[in-house]
Each structure stands twice: as C-alpha cells, then as structure tokens.
Design a protein around this ligand. Structure first.
Ligand SMILES: Nc1ncnc2c1ncn2[C@@H]1O[C@H](COP(=O)(O)OP(=O)(O)OP(=O)(O)O)[C@@H](O)[C@H]1O
Length: 489
C-alpha cells in the first residue's frame, strides 16, 4: 500500500456531456491513501459519472487525471486495475449463469492452470467470511439464484480480493442499498478496518448517517459540480442536506401520521408464507400500509412475488381482492424494459387508459410521463430518451411512477428506495401516505428501518416465516433485530 497522505488519484477540471446533459461541469476531486471519502448528492448530481472517470470506465471530455502524481493520458479500466483502483458499481455486474467462484475468476486472470476453480472458490469464500461472517453463501452457488442482497455482498467481497493486481482504492457506489442493517454494519466496519490499514475507499450513499459515521472527508455534488468538501466531523445531517440543495430535513411524527389516517377499509390481501405453520399471516385492508421487515432474504420478497402472482392466478394460502402493481427492488432483472423510453417504461401499467382505439396514444403517454416527471422530479431533458440515460435513482423513480400512475389498488414495494435520494424519499413517503389515505393498500418491504415509521403494522420475517407482528407504536430497531435473531421461528 502507498505511503500515508499521498494522492492516490486526482482529477482536475473533469468534464462530461451526454447530449444536452452536462453531467460533470469542471470537477476537481482527489483521494489520499488511508482515507474514506464520502460522496453525496441528489439523484443525477453526477456522482456515478465521476466514479466512472476514477475507475476508467468512461473518458472525460475535458480535464486531467493523475494517479500518484503521474499524469494519465490513456487512462482505462485495465490501467486503473493495474494501479490498484477498483469499483463496485450500483448496477451489479455478476454473470447470472456462472457460479460465484467462476465470477471471481473473471476478475482474476491470474487464477489459471489446474485447480483454478478451487483457488477462486477459496479466495472468495475467505473474503466473504472476513467481511460478512454469517453470509450463508457458497462459492458453488449460481449468481442468478442469489437474492439481490447476497449478490451485492459477493460483488463487494470480490472487489477486495487480491491476486496479481494491487489494491489501494475501492469505489463503493451505494454498497449497502440492498443490505439489511446488520449486514450493512458488517460491511462498514470492514471498510473502517481497510482504511485503518492504509487502504482508501470512496463511499457513495444516500443514507447520510452512514456517510457521516464512516467517512473521514465528505464531498458534496450538485448539478455536475463539487459544491463542498470538508472533514466529515465538520458536517451534520442538516448541513449535508442543505448543501445538497434538497428538501429541508424533516422529522416524521408518528402521531401526526396516525391522526391523518382514516380507519382501514375492506380486506385487500390475506397471505400466509408457504413455510408458515403457526397460523400467523399477513392481512392488509384498504388504506393500510403494511411493512415487511427482518434480515434481507428471509422470505419478504418471496411473499410479495407470491401475492403478485396470486392476483393473476389463484394460489392456496393467498387471497387478493383488487388489481396489484409491483415496484421491483432489483430493477435490472425485474423492473426495467431496457429497450424502451422513460415514458414507455412508466406507461406500461396504464395501457387501458393510454389507449385510443386499438393504439396507444403518444399524447396520453407523454402527458402521463410529464405528470410524473414533475411530481417526483425525474431528472431528464426528454422523457422519450432511453430509460438507461437516467441515473440509477431516477430509474427507480420511473418504476415508482409506473406503479403509482396505474389503477392498481394494491401496491407491492420490494425495497423500492434503492438509490433514491433523501429529498425524493421524503416526497415519496408523503405520496404513499396520501395514496393510502385515499384507500390504496401498500405492502412495503424495506431494508431501511426508518422507513417502517410510515407503516401501520410491521411483520418481521425469519427463515421464510412471519415471527412477529408489531404496530408502529411498538416499533424499534432493537425489537426488529431481536425478532430477526431470536428463536421465535
Ligand atoms: N449514459 C448516459 N446517457 C445520457 N445521460 C446520462 C448517461 N449517464 C448519466 N447521464 C446523465 O448524467 C447526469 C448525472 O448522472 P449520474 O448517474 O452521474 O448521477 P448520480 O449522482 O450518480 O445519481 P444517482 O444518485 O441517481 O445514482 C444525469 O442527469 C443522468 O441522466
């Protein structure tokens, strides 16, 4: 590892345009050895684009890059890897049809010859054990069979494995977005150990507490520019939010939420997890927001998907009395139609309303898209652009718009705030409560405990079963963790 306090990387005046969008507008940025730099900013501020420059996956249109003081002319991913710079991007990159060991080999060409499979398996297993001691992942597992949370764990662990190339700087773009609080804590503790040992990290997160507690220095971006950089201890949450230029920091007042809520209406969903034997079930009425909690991968997504399917075809143990929409957490595999525009991606759940005769009316589709663009601030110059021209958080907003813009009375949300910035989150919470007050039902799985404050009831899952049913008043992080780890199952 390099000497302490030397620059690992420095960008001066970095510029990047995508058509009419100026994603980076003269950005200066650097990381020294032995520091964790927190990078924050609203959806579309330019964080991922800047990280693509650091990782060598995109070339800047203007500006300079120097690594350890040496100017880089032909900077690329291969060059970055040789120089010890790696990135875990927001959109996960494991090949779904390969095993975890095989995916590890892809990053390590040095693993050759007889027995490479065993070497790759040992390498990744050891790193998973080090970062996430109770991970429950086997190197033989096929990546596509793992939950999004577990895939994220593998991606992170893989980025920290070493064979041929050095390892000095790891960029973590929203590394905890699919991890529950317990697993996210393990990762952040590991990051601190890595940095204490002289390594460097860039940590991008919309969970501001995570950045405040784990970064040494924080860089704030806004509209393609760096607008502040300071020691983490010089920031608090309010100063960060204000610098990002977002919504005022607002505290949710449970009593206020409760007072505004009407009494629950008729039954919308009654569902028993397949493995449940003790009679516990999830019951949701019109106008209710029901939270699904517990450690990630313990049956919450499975139950939501079973309810989604039951709306189309009867299933034992599940009763659904109204149309259903799903906001997928894994937008890459379950949510987005990659060939389509943003407007088409939003309109797909509302085709009946958008139809004029036999055809879809482009005007109606554009109006629906424009309404949601304004309502939740989807950041793009043109809603007919391809969905992948949006930043990650803005893609997630489009999926929200699809579900909320549809006529579905029941909205299933599978950890849907992945990558959504704090300002938008607060707006979406208000929107969900508003829609619930009008009679919509929400079933909301979240890995962020704070979000459960919006729910009327919370079901905690463990090993595919509901182990606790808490009201909002009973809700504490300790209670959830206790139920998640207890022997109640
Ligand atoms: N491939 C692309 N084509 C067109 N526009 C793009 C492309 N990639 C990024 N942009 C635009 O560049 C701007 C910055 O996007 P970027 O992904 O860097 O934001 P971000 O800060 O990482 O946001 P998020 O928090 O949502 O991930 C956005 O307006 C985005 O729409």
């Amino acid at each position: 590892m390099p000497e302490a306090n030397t620059d690992i990387i420095r960008l001066n005046g970095a510029e990047k345009h995508f058509g009419a969008v100026r994603a980076l507008n003269g950005v200066d940025f650097h990381v020294v050895s032995g520091e964790c730099v927190g990078l924050v900013g609203h959806n579309g501020a330019g964080k991922s684009t800047l990280m693509h420059m650091v990782a060598g996956t995109l070339r800047p249109d203007g500006g300079e890059i120097a690594v350890r003081g040496n100017a880089e002319i032909d900077y690329s991913v291969a060059r970055a890897l040789k120089l010890g710079i790696r990135c875990v991007f927001q959109e996960l990159s494991l090949c779904p049809n390969l095993s975890i060991a095989e995916n590890t080999r892809i990053s390590h060409p040095a693993l050759t010859g007889l027995g490479w499979r065993r070497k790759a398996a040992n390498l990744i297993a050891a790193k998973l054990d080090e970062i996430f001691p109770d991970h429950g992942i086997s190197a033989d597992d096929i990546a596509g069979d793992l939950s999004i949370g577990r895939r994220q764990m593998v991606e992170v662990a893989r980025a920290f494995t070493v064979t041929g190339d050095p390892l000095d700087l790891v960029i973590l773009d929203e590394p905890t977005s699919s991890l529950d609080a317990h697993t996210a804590g393990q990762l952040l503790a590991f990051v601190r150990r890595f940095v204490a040992g002289g390594g460097s990290c860039i940590l991008i997160s919309h969970v501001l507490g995570e950045v405040l507690q784990n970064a040494d220095r924080i860089v704030v971006m806004r509209d393609g520019k760096v607008v502040a950089t300071d020691a983490a201890k010089a920031f608090d949450r309010d100063r960060l939010v204000a610098t990002m230029g977002g919504a005022e920091a607002r505290e949710k007042i449970a009593a206020e939420i409760a007072a505004a809520r009407p009494a629950a209406g008729p039954l919308r969903v009654r569902a028993r997890p397949e493995r449940q034997q003790d009679g516990k079930e999830l019951v949701a009425h019109a106008g209710e927001i029901i939270g699904l909690a517990g450690l990630a991968g313990h049956g919450q997504t499975d139950l939501l998907l079973a309810i989604f399917k039951a709306a189309q075809r009867a299933r034992t143990g599940i009763e659904v009395t109204a149309p259903v929409a799903l906001v997928a957490g894994d937008r890459q595999s379950d949510g987005i139609f990659p060939q389509w525009s943003i407007a088409e991606n939003i309109g797909i759940r509302s085709l009946a309303r958008l139809r004029k005769g036999l055809l879809i009316s482009p005007r109606r589709e554009a109006e629906l898209a424009e309404f949601w663009k304004q309502k939740i601030g989807i950041r793009t110059p043109d809603m007919t652009n391809n969905i992948f021209s949006l930043s990650g958080g803005n893609q997630q907003k489009a999926l929200f718009a699809r579900a909320l813009g549809s006529d579905a009375e029941i909205v299933l949300m599978d950890d849907p705030m992945r990558g959504v910035d704090i300002g938008t989150k607060l707006e979406v919470y208000d929107l969900v409560r508003e829609e619930a007050a009008k009679g919509r039902t929400f079933l909301w799985y979240t890995t962020e405990t704070e979000e459960l404050d919006n729910c009327d009831h919370i079901h905690v899952f463990k090993n595919g079963r509901i182990v606790a049913n808490l009201t909002r008043d009973e809700l504490t992080e300790e209670k959830i963790i206790q139920s998640s780890f207890g022997d109640a199952a």
